[in-house]
Design a protein around this ligand. Sequence first.
Ligand SMILES: Nc1ncnc2c1ncn2[C@@H]1O[C@H](COP(=O)(O)OP(=O)(O)OP(=O)(O)O)[C@@H](O)[C@H]1O
Length: 231
Amino acid sequence: MTNIIEIKGLSKSYLNKKALNNLDLNIEKGKVVGILGPNGSGKTTLIKIITGILRQSKGEILIDGSKPGVYTKSIVSYLPDRNFLYKWMTVEDSIKFYKDFYKDFDESKAYELLKFMKLDRKAKVESLSKGMNEKLNLTLVLSRNAKIYILDEPIAGVDPVARDQILDAIIKNYNRESTMIITTHLVRDMENIFDDVVFLREGVVELSGNAEELREERSMQIDDLYKEIFG
Ligand SMILES: Nc1ncnc2c1ncn2[C@@H]1O[C@H](COP(=O)(O)OP(=O)(O)OP(=O)(O)O)[C@@H](O)[C@H]1O
């Protein structure tokens, strides 16, 4: 098995706050990995370092064998935890915008996904509800042919029906050649799509492993294990 991401002794401090504390983690190629942890556990910080938005204070990180930089940014498709589109755009404009920006963008896949998400291509971004916005952002991110997809809280703040559609879209559009990293605290809704899970607490990995094996070993769902660890 190949590790697509290798992290050793990673630390990140903001002023006097240690968000990541000597964290070690390997992520295998071809897996859907859930990064789970309560507010402030360091999930977003970890993701921002993987995407190259932030630099670590200490430690090493290799993504497909390279340090975060131009190459790694070209293979990572990232869904941030907030909307990244301009309000004046239409749905269609946002697709053009992404197509111009990313060489690996698959326009026909984007239109297919739009249909699946039931999004009107003429609609203005500012007219979209929170759930629709999330669907559009996800459509764009999943339409890149990337090696790694990183979704930060993809279903936070959307209703249960939209959640199910978003999860369906993730599952249908995932191919085993790529790797998907998803952060969430909505563990119950998402646990079935994870191959592996990583529990983060105060910037360190508290527990990690194969989701199915953990369920069997502990005789409980990942959601219950999450509550046991963080409750
Ligand atoms: N720009 C910043 N300046 C100072 N402290 C920060 C900054 N960003 C994050 N932190 C702190 O670092 C810690 C980890 O934050 P981070 O956002 O990575 O956690 P998280 O697990 O993503 O949380 P959430 O689930 O609430 O998004 C928190 O204590 C947070 O207050």
